[in-house]
Design a binder for this molecule. Sequence first.
Ligand SMILES: Cc1cc2nc3c(=O)[nH]c(=O)nc-3n(C[C@H](O)[C@H](O)[C@H](O)COP(=O)(O)OP(=O)(O)OC[C@H]3O[C@@H](n4cnc5c(N)ncnc54)[C@H](O)[C@@H]3O)c2cc1C
Length: 456
Amino acid sequence: MKLVVIGGDAAGMSAASQARKRLGRSDLSIVVFERGHYTSYSACGIPYWIGGAVDDAGKLVARTPDEHRRAGIDVRLRHEVAGIDLDRREVLVHDLDGGGEVREPFDHLMYAAGATPFTPEWARAGGEGVFGVQTLGDGEAIHAWLDREPQPRRAVVIGGGYIGVEMAEAMVLRGLTVTLLEKSPQPMGKTVDPDMGALVQKAIRGLGIEVVTDTRVEGLQTEDGRVRAVVTPGGVLPADVVVLGLGVRPNTALAREAGLPLGPTEGVRTDLRMRVEGLEGVWAAGDCVETRHLLTGGPVHVPLGTHANKQGRVAGINIGGGYATFPGVIGTAVTKVCDLEVARTGLTSKEARAAGYSFVTATIDSTSRAGYYPGAELMTVKLIAERRTGLLLGAQIVGRAEAAKRIDALAVATWNRMTVEEMTALDLSYAPPFAPVWDPVLIAARKATEAVHASL
Ligand SMILES: Cc1cc2nc3c(=O)[nH]c(=O)nc-3n(C[C@H](O)[C@H](O)[C@H](O)COP(=O)(O)OP(=O)(O)OC[C@H]3O[C@@H](n4cnc5c(N)ncnc54)[C@H](O)[C@@H]3O)c2cc1C
């Protein structure tokens, strides 16, 4: 039996490794086609490598192609799959370096082609010095550009989602003057509610980053083939380097052409076992699939490494003859801006409203540790609870320390459909170096419970 994998990163290699673990080399041969130079790399680590917190790109590679090969996985780098023939059960592959073309038959096919960054026409024609951030290769290109002489001094980051914000901070750490452009009223507007986003915006400005909101890029100016400026309705911003963080969509062109079913988010549709709907022996996972939101029940595209690894593992177990499922997501995410942690789980107010929920919110300010204990830092916690039932629908935390630890407790509560009233009695840990005697999560749950009672 042969498994062919398209895409050699989180989802694809998790699937390959699990399938290999379950089936011996004589029962299953595995071929992975990856068009880049790396396997199992952490794109999530790119901003920290560029910013200098991680000193070596090699550390972002969890498993090299040779390590996978030693485990019995035939990894073929710089090979791009150009077509899938479901009737003949084979893929058409271009050798990007050698120039040849091969057809590879499969019994099982794993589609793990990731996502495609949104790149407007003006960016494609933008000249040297304009970068997307999707693969380790992109990270290397940015790193090399920042190292060249004369060194770039002014950066414009376009897009204020978490990748744009992380890259803006990385540029500041590299000593550049940075402008962040965002089309909505504030950065991270899709991640958190506007009141919490205002705290994030303040922190970004505190880093010395100029934040320009409610703006659109009209084009780029170039000179000698290099980017020189970004043109907006408000003026022309000089730039030696431009970084795009405009979001991604599922990379499903190949899948669509081959007739794999796509959902309303354009992601490949799978069942709970990550089998492509209606197709025997065809699997998909990671940024290229759509999944189910466990609170709304609706389809969502949430391109995160945490899901890609889990989904790939589930697919690999099933390909290997086991049984595993991926039930869906609740939208948990965390990032940091300098020393400010920004975390969320469940639905934002906008998402809850769009799903039809009627809800109340409660926001509290507290500290990460007992107020008297050294290192206690301020933290703002916001909870969103359904009116009448008090079901926890979502939570957001912005704080200088330990927001991530607390959002995970809130994610477990959301996942298990707790009410905010039930949460007030949660047996959370307490000692002065770790929390105030009333943990911020419990204070927020109490306030949200009062709001629910008041709404009855
Ligand atoms: C800067 C940055 C920061 C991030 N930070 C976080 C974070 O903090 N937390 C988090 O959870 N997630 C984060 N993510 C998202 C996370 O990296 C992705 O969700 C994850 O990598 C998705 O894994 P994947 O295997 O589905 O896709 P990818 O990692 O995109 O891998 C797909 C692979 O398929 C290859 N490929 C595509 N088409 C073909 C083809 N036709 N033939 C052969 N090969 C092909 C590509 O070259 C690529 O290597 C971040 C992403 C970026 C870019």
